[in-house]
Design a protein around this ligand. Structure first.
Ligand code: GLU
Ligand code: ZN
Length: 469
């Protein structure tokens, strides 16, 4: 077994947990579990304008719902607390002071408009837009003059010249960047808060993270983060940048594909096991393609089998895993699951209903027609169904009612008795019964359905087609 991996998930609470992020959290979790390492949860909420408490609470709740428990982080604490970056300002300030003393950072007084204009000019000249270095060489007097005018400053990292930054990405292999292609970037915002490039990297390092898994979109951020860590003399992590999730059309998974967040799927009634089993195979070549409980997944997780190609999220696959998960779920679990969509009348054997729909529903909403058939109000019969009932005739239903009473709702006894009374059998017997009892020509098996149908409901349905009493 390889040495313990300290991994982390570092979400920004600026929205609901996206499936793509849930996947990197999941893989990081599996890696830690596989190697008996640790999985850290850190909330990156220094951007006070975009971060929201409600998203933070949702994030924790969705991760817990998926079963991705963390060894260090909010709620559980740990040796590197606090785990909310909003509470780590003091620590960042001490590092900024150090960087300033060593002249590795400098204040930048450029306004948003000035920066925009500069980028525009660079683009027009056919160059990639980056910070032009306007404030790089300001003298102490020039800085003082700007401060006196009441200008506020961001803090920029002084990117060293003519440096080659190399690292081996766990997924993408050897990487090489030139520092001269990187503009001096912001490490502290105008309001004094630490910016992403900075606090993300230093926290990973000081929290002891060994392996960072994150989305591809961060690959080009890595050389900047390495420069920051080097300037501070901090330990580097290994990075693995995994391919993004795409929708059926090949575009990055986004709102226009429908559900994209864990919460969306959760609210629709997908089970966590279904989501995890689908995510497990997205951009990850596992050693098995069978269903796995979360506890068994670390064994089959192969960090060296993570792919760089975008992985296609496919709801058809998800539905497949949902069916497998439903078939395996306990009655208790399914009772809660169904309880969100249907409310049984008092005294009804709900467990029997749960077992009935287990193999006939994908989402709780699919159970609604079944609940209606079992104890609800039937919609008016369509023409063909009505025809079936009419053809059987009132005498048939009067006989059915007697057979029902005699057999106390036991389907086998009831139909045997009805066969004798009416001489009907096969479809001629079952179809009109199904039509009268469920309002449908197709649907659930009648034996279990009838068993859980309240007697008053069953009698009323048969009575409504029988001879008048
Ligand atoms: N807070 C960053 C994000 O959500 C973290 C990126 C990373 O994993 O390094 O994009
Ligand atoms: Zn500037």
């Amino acid at each position: 077994m390889s040495s313990p991996a300290i991994t982390r998930f570092a979400p920004s609470p600026t929205g609901s947990l996206h499936l793509g992020n849930a996947r990197t959290a999941f893989f990081s979790h599996l890696w830690a579990r596989k190697t008996a390492g640790r999985f850290i949860l850190r909330i990156e909420d220094t951007d006070v304008e975009r971060s929201q408490d409600r998203y933070r609470a949702e994030l924790l709740d969705d991760l817990a719902w998926l079963g991705l428990d963390w060894d260090e982080g909010p709620d559980v604490g740990g040796p590197s607390a606090p785990y909310r970056q909003a509470e780590r300002g003091e620590f960042y300030r001490s590092l900024f002071e150090r960087l300033a003393r060593e002249d590795r950072v400098y204040p930048c007084y450029c306004t948003a408009q000035e920066l925009e204009l500069s980028r525009k000019l660079q683009r027009m000249a056919g160059k990639p837009p980056r910070y032009a270095g306007t404030c790089r060489g300001l003298s102490v007097a020039q800085r003082a003059e700007r401060e006196a005018r009441g200008l506020t400053a961001t803090l920029r990292f002084r990117v060293p010249e003519e440096r080659v930054i190399e690292f081996t990405d766990l997924v993408h292999g050897p990487q090489r960047f030139l520092s001269d292609d990187i503009g001096d970037f912001i490490v502290r915002r105008e309001n004094g808060s630490a910016a992403f490039f900075f606090c993300n990297a230093v926290d990973d390092s000081v929290m002891g993270v060994t392996h960072v898994l994150r989305g591809d979109d961060h690959l080009t951020n890595t050389p900047r983060q390495i420069l920051v860590l080097e300037a501070l003399g901090l330990r580097l992590m290994q990075y693995g940048h995994v391919g993004l999730l795409i929708g059926a059309d090949g575009a990055p998974l986004s709102k226009r594909h429908g559900s994209t967040s864990v919460r969306d799927f959760r609210q629709r009634g997908f089970l966590p096991q279904a989501l995890l089993n689908h995510l497990f195979h997205l951009g990850h070549t596992a050693e098995t393609d069978g269903f796995l409980e979360l506890a068994r997944m670390p064994r089959y997780f192969r960090p060296d089998h993570l792919g760089r190609a975008p992985a296609r999220f496919d709801e058809v696959q998800l539905v497949h895993w949902q069916k497998v998960s439903l078939a395996r779920a306990s009655t208790d679990c399914l009772r809660d699951w169904l309880g969100t969509a249907v409310t049984p009348p008092p005294g009804l054997d709900f467990d029997a209903f749960v077992e009935l729909v287990r193999h006939n529903a994908v989402l709780p909403a699919d159970a609604v027609p079944w609940a209606e058939a079992a104890w609800g109000r039937l919609a008016p019969l369509d023409a063909q169904t009505q025809q079936l009932v009419r053809e059987a005739g009132p005498a048939f239903f009067s006989a059915a009612l007697r057979a029902y009473d005699e057999s106390a709702g036991d389907w086998k006894l009831m139909t045997a008795s009805l066969r004798e009374r009416t001489g009907r059998s096969g479809a001629a017997l079952f179809m009109p019964l199904r039509a009268a009892l469920t309002g449908q020509r197709h649907g659930p098996e009648l034996a279990p359905l009838l068993k859980l149908m309240p007697a008053a409901v069953a009698r009323a349905r048969l009575q409504s087609h029988a001879e008048s009493p």
